[in-house]
Design a protein around this ligand. Structure first.
Ligand code: FES
Ligand SMILES: [Fe+2]
Length: 363
C-alpha cells in the first residue's frame, strides 16, 4: 500500500479545530446529584463562566455567570430557590435570566427590567446527568435545540450507579482521540486486571454510521479480561461514539447488562473534563462501587499521564499522523467534526460522512 494511502497527515485538521469548540450541540455538564434544590454551582464550560441552579420546584437552569451590571459572578450572590440576587448591588434575576429587580431604582422610574437579560443556556436532566446546549455566542439563546440529548438504551429513567471525573490538561480533540484509539491499549493500560499480556492480536471489527457518529457493531469479546469475567462472562460488546465527545459502551454478559458512558467536556482550550459512569443490572454494583473506583482512577490516570507527556511534544506544533485502520476512528472524528461545523455554517442538515466499514488492526 502506498504510504500516502496509509498515512493521513492531519496537521491541517488539528490546527483548524484548535481553539475552536464545536457549538450548537449538547455537552455533558455534570452529575444531577451535584445540585440540590435551592443550590447554585459555578462551572466553566468551553471557556465560558456558567452558573447552574436548581429551583425549589426541582428544575435545573443555567445562566452566564456574569452580572450584566458590573460583571460580578452571579454565583457569588444569594439564591432563594427562585431568583439569584447579585452580591454587589442586589440586582435580581429569575431562572430564565430575566432581571426582576434593581433595588437602587426609585419607585417613579419606569424602566423595562426585562432589557437586562443574562444569557440563558438550554439544559436537560436525563438519566442522572445534566446536559447543556452551547449555542453560538451570537445566537438567540431562547431558540430550543432540535437535537436530542444522548440517552442510554435499556436504562430509561434510571440514574447511573457510579460516576468518576478527571481533568486532562489538553484541548478536547486529544482527549476524544485517545478515547477511540485501540492501539494504545496494550502499551498504556498494562495491568493484571485489564491487559497483562503484551502480545498483539489481529482485530477485525465492523462499524456503521449512527447519529452524529459511528457504532462498532455488537460482537463477542475474544479477550475476556478479569474485569469482564467479573461482570458475568461471555461478554458481547457494542460501542457507539457521537459528537462532541460521547462514548457509550454496552456490555451484555451471561447474567448482566452494563453500560459505560464516557463523556468529554471542554473546560477551556487547555483543560478538558473526562467523566465516566456506569449503569448496570448488577445488584452488588452500587454497594461495592468503592471497590471499583481505584481501578477506574488508575485506568483514566494512565490516559491522562499520556496526555501530559503528549503536551510536551505538542508545544512544538509538530505535524500529527493518523494511520489506517488503527486510527480510522480518529479520522472519522475529525471528518464528523468538520461536517458538523460546515452544516451549521450552511444552516443545513448534518450529513454523516461515515460509511459502514470493516476495520482491521492489531492491538
Ligand atoms: S454587579 Fe451585579 S448588581 Fe451590580
Ligand atoms: Fe485509554
Amino acid at each position: 500500500m502506498p504510504i500516502g494511502e496509509l498515512l493521513l497527515t492531519t496537521l491541517k485538521l488539528v490546527t483548524e479545530s484548535k481553539q475552536n469548540f464545536l457549538r450548537n450541540i449538547w455537552y455533558y455538564a455534570l452529575p444531577a446529584e451535584r445540585i440540590k434544590a435551592g443550590q447554585m454551582l459555578a462551572k466553566q464550560l468551553l471557556g465560558e463562566p456558567v452558573v447552574f441552579g436548581r429551583t425549589q420546584a426541582g428544575e435545573v437552569f443555567a445562566l452566564r455567570d456574569i452580572c450584566p451590571h458590573r460583571a460580578v459572578p452571579l454565583s457569588c450572590g444569594r439564591f432563594d430557590g427562585k431568583e439569584i440576587e447579585c452580591a454587589y448591588h442586589g440586582w435580581r434575576f429569575d431562572d430564565g435570566g430575566t432581571c426582576t429587580a434593581i433595588p437602587a431604582l426609585n419607585d417613579d422610574r419606569d424602566l423595562d427590567l426585562s432589557k437586562f437579560q443574562v444569557r440563558r443556556y438550554p439544559v436537560r436532566e436525563v438519566q442522572g446527568n445534566i446536559w447543556i446546549y452551547m449555542s453560538d455566542l451570537d445566537r438567540c439563546d431562547e431558540r430550543e435545540p432540535q437535537q436530542t440529548v444522548p440517552e442510554i438504551a435499556g436504562f430509561e429513567g434510571v440514574t447511573h450507579q457510579s460516576t468518576f471525573t478527571m481533568k486532562f490538561p489538553c484541548f478536547i480533540d486529544h482527549a476524544v482521540v485517545g478515547l477511540m484509539d485501540p492501539s494504545h491499549v496494550p502499551f498504556v493500560h498494562r495491568a493484571w486486571w485489564w491487559r497483562s499480556d503484551t502480545i498483539l492480536t489481529d482485530e477485525i471489527k465492523a462499524f456503521d454510521p449512527s447519529p452524529y457518529g459511528f457504532t462498532m457493531r455488537r460482537h463477542r469479546l475474544e479477550r475476556q479480561t478479569f474485569f469482564y469475567r467479573l461482570l458475568g462472562g461471555d461478554a458481547e460488546v457494542e460501542i457507539a461514539f457521537r459528537l462532541p465527545g460521547v462514548r457509550i459502551e454496552q456490555i451484555v454478559t451471561n447474567t448482566n447488562r452494563v453500560c459505560n458512558l464516557t463523556v468529554i467536556t471542554p473546560i477551556s482550550e487547555t483543560e478538558t473534563e473526562v467523566t465516566t459512569m456506569f449503569y448496570t443490572t448488577i445488584p452488588w454494583f452500587k454497594p461495592l462501587r468503592w471497590l471499583i473506583q481505584p481501578f477506574i482512577t488508575t485506568f483514566l490516570g494512565q490516559d491522562r499521564d499520556m496526555v501530559v507527556k503528549q503536551q510536551i511534544g505538542l508545544k512544538y506544533n509538530p505535524p500529527l499522523m493518523l494511520i489506517r485502520d488503527a486510527d480510522t476512528q480518529a479520522i472519522w472524528y475529525y471528518q464528523l467534526r468538520a461536517e458538523y461545523l460546515k452544516s451549521i455554517g450552511e444552516d443545513r442538515e448534518f450529513s454523516n460522512p461515515v460509511k459502514s466499514q470493516i476495520l482491521h488492526w492489531r492491538s
